[in-house]
Design a protein around this ligand. Structure first.
Ligand SMILES: [Zn+2]
Ligand SMILES: [Zn+2]
Ligand SMILES: [Zn+2]
Ligand SMILES: [Zn+2]
Length: 288
């Protein structure tokens, strides 16, 4: 039997050493061992409303129909039999779910991996077939697409973002003293790649402001590992710098900002380096 196609990394082979491609022609009899049975079983867990999988804790209606935990709160009765939904748990199905291999959520986009439901969420977060979302900070833009479509989207929908060419540039944030939470965004183009520079100003509970500066690559996590970026604030006799691997826009910058995994400084430090309310940040991209 053929294994995983070349280049695909098996995420979990603990349960199913003999994973085979589902459409191996020839015999019409169902293979009862391995993935064949497991895939048939995964169909039993399909939610009739959203077609996602019903995963533990599994609740059923009085007649035994299942509905997923996302759809359940939105329903007043069972979508199959219109009977009351109740609060009946199905422990047998929960047990079975524990040994079934479910296809990745992005199977229709090309992912061929099936895995245990306990490993599914984590894989899907890192799955290379997960669509890219708009990399602009703030959640206002709902755009999604492939990595190749990101730059055309930015140029067409976010026209105000300027791009500077070169591996060593100055990111000038103007009016850093404007009140409230503000984002400054700029693109840097070098090494045949595009990087998004973000300076985010957040208000803390005590009224103080904090600045977070970070760089993300318009590309995959793997591509991002091939680069390093340096952010530097300079004034006479003072220098503050930060070096790291750029984030990929596939993972985004919000978790890095929450964890202060970026250049972080407060208003007082910003004043030490600002001139007339404008702050220049030297940005240097290099390959590793
Ligand atoms: Zn559902
Ligand atoms: Zn029902
Ligand atoms: Zn996947
Ligand atoms: Zn957008």
């Amino acid at each position: 039997m053929s294994g995983n196609p070349p280049g695909m990394v098996p995420v979990s082979k603990k349960r199913n050493e003999r994973s085979s491609s589902s459409s191996s022609g020839g015999s019409s009899s169902t293979n009862l061992s391995g993935l064949g049975l497991s895939q048939d079983l995964s169909n039993l867990f399909e939610c009739p409303v959203c077609f996602d999988y019903v995963l533990p804790p599994i609740l059923q209606c009085q007649s035994g129909h299942l509905v997923c935990s996302n759809c359940r709160p939105k329903l007043s009765c069972c979508p199959n039999c219109r009977g009351p939904l109740g609060n009946i748990r199905n422990l047998a199905m929960e047990k079975v779910a524990g040994s079934v291999l479910f296809p990745c959520k992005y199977a229709t986009s090309g992912c061929t991996i099936s895995l245990l439901h306990t490993e599914k969420i984590e894989h899907e977060e890192f799955c290379q077939y997960r669509p890219y979302t708009c990399p602009c900070p703030g959640a206002s833009c709902k755009w999604q697409g492939t990595v190749e479509q990101v730059m055309p989207h930015l140029m067409c929908t976010h026209k105000s973002i300027t791009t500077l060419q070169g591996e060593d540039i100055v990111f000038l944030a103007t009016d850093i003293n404007v009140p409230g939470a503000v984002d400054w965004v700029m693109m840097q183009s070098c090494f045949n790649h595009n990087f998004m520079l973000i300076l985010e100003k957040q208000q803390k509970y005590d009224g103080h402001h904090q600045f977070f500066a970070i760089v993300q690559l318009i590309g995959s996590r793997k591509e991002a590992e091939g680069f390093a970026y340096r952010l530097e604030l300079n004034s006479r006799r003072r220098r503050l710098s930060w070096e790291a691997t750029p984030r990929s826009i596939h993972e985004g910058v919000s978790s890095a900002i929450v964890n202060s995994d970026c250049l972080v400084f407060d208003t007082n430090i910003a004043q030490l380096f600002a001139e007339n309310g404008n702050l220049g940040i030297n940005v240097t991209i290099s390959t590793t």
